[in-house]
Design a protein around this ligand. Sequence first.
Ligand code: PHE
Length: 338
Amino acid sequence: WLEDIQEQTAQAQDVDQVQEVRNRWLGRRGLIAQAMKELAALPLEEKRHQGQLLNALREKALETIGGRQAALELAEETRQLQQERLDMTLPGTLPHTGLLHPTTRVRRFIEDVFLRMGFSLEYGPEIEQEWYNFEALNIPANHPARDMQDSFFTNCPDRVLRTHTSPVQIRAMQKYQGSLPVKIIAPGRVFRRDDDATHVPMFFQVEGLVIDHGITLADLKGTLTAMALELLGSEIKTRFRPSYFPFTEPSVEMDVTCAACGGTGCRVCKGTGWVEILGSGMVHPTVLRNGGYDPDVVTGFAFGLGIERLAMRLFGIDDLRLLYQNDMQFLSQFQTYI
Ligand code: PHE
């Protein structure tokens, strides 16, 4: 029997087969158990002798089959581990996390720069009273900015979607009630009725207003140049051109050297080497008066910059509408710029 057991065990190729051999020999109704039962009929002396032999056989069988069983189980486990091994070099699947819109990043950056210079944040309504959006800012009734072409009017009489953040200048002055200095920025949405590669009907501006004794154009130039260098890098250049706004006098626009060509002239800057990023000027006496400040005692400067314009300059985008088409592939490109 022992030879049979050894042979059958050796032939078993896997865990199931060796289990079969085990059941056949060592099971409760297996061959050895049966032989034990048959001993009962034998005479005492014979029974003892055969019993000892059978017990020895069972020990041997346990050892043989158990050994093989352990070996096959180990082999099986090793095979499984091999098969299911994690390949740590495979690229992982990153969970999708949200990211900030490029204009949000630029807005926060600008806010940061001005907060560090001691400005505070102000906000005004996007649906604005006509007086704040126009009259208070010295924009007469026949000014082209009030034309149906440019402004979104509402069903509500005397309410427009603000066409710029400049009305917050008036609201801030009213809030400060004549105290000094006024040193605020006002970021937010503005609305105009145009739509082409460089204009969209909704965009973002950051307004700025500084009022104190003896504020001059030099303060304006210094502050805005510092902001531009901070934002666009110390290697860029700025220039100020005379301009016109009803609410500032004198008025100037600030240009920065074109990012695409570094100032030598290209398609983006229409060959000029310069890109306009903001309008500004010394606050018009009438505007100071409308806000409750005396233009004979204080002066101030104001500016309004377009966030999308700056984003284009910063990211090298030539079509502003791309920012608002919600193309994730496009929008997620700019996370490392600032
Ligand atoms: N409000 C002007 C615009 O929308 C920008 C501006 C703001 C100009 C403040 C001068 C002073 O274009």
